[in-house]
Design a protein around this ligand. Structure first.
Ligand SMILES: Cc1cc2nc3c(=O)[nH]c(=O)nc-3n(C[C@H](O)[C@H](O)[C@H](O)COP(=O)(O)O)c2cc1C
Length: 152
């Protein structure tokens, strides 16, 4: 597919948003809606954060990302990467939920892209770090292949 596109972003969970609500009211309806739009992806979440990967036709991905950005169930949305991709990493899932703790790679990504989350200020000139993004993507792909998901 020539216009396959991927968006990766980080955000912070609104306080009081439970795992159950995330699964029932975000992941499940998103999976259905995404499938209709030919979008696949994953939603990783820890106690504090979301990290989502959306992949599919560019127009559809951008439209859904726009809706997600104005959703008040999360805030401090930081776009990590937007780019054309040659293949899908999460082809089997409209939206694969992945429950995790903060992980090394994801922590590093947060330092680069959402410095306010961390005590130490990130370098103001920090550029998107392609190898780090690839590490995070493949970490999430591996996690998604564990069936069932570790904590869901
Ligand atoms: C962290 C997070 C991730 C979301 N992911 C998706 C998604 O992948 N697809 C989707 O359609 N909506 C997603 N949503 C929900 C959208 O923000 C929005 O509520 C929904 O698209 C509205 O759909 P509707 O207009 O069909 O009711 C997400 C919301 C949050 C807070």
């Amino acid at each position: 597919m020539s216009d396959l596109y991927e968006v990766i972003y980080l955000s912070t969970r609104r306080e009081g948003l439970t795992d159950q609500v995330i699964v029932d009211e975000i992941v499940l309806p998103s999976g259905i809606k995404n499938r209709h739009l030919d979008i696949t992806g994953c939603l990783w979440f820890s106690n504090e954060r979301f990290l989502q990967i959306l992949e599919g036709p560019r127009e559809a991905v951008e439209q859904v990302y726009e809706a997600i950005r104005s959703d008040d169930r999360h805030y401090a949305i930081a776009t990590v990467s937007t780019s054309p991709v040659t293949h899908r990493s999460f082809a089997r899932w409209g939206m694969r939920a992945l429950r995790g703790d903060e992980q090394n790679q994801i922590d590093q990504l947060i330092e680069y892209h959402a410095p306010n989350y961390h005590r130490q200020p990130a370098k103001p000139t920090a550029q998107p770090d392609q190898p780090l993004i690839e590490q995070v993507r493949s970490f999430l792909v591996t996690l998604s292949q564990a069936d069932p998901s570790p904590s869901l």
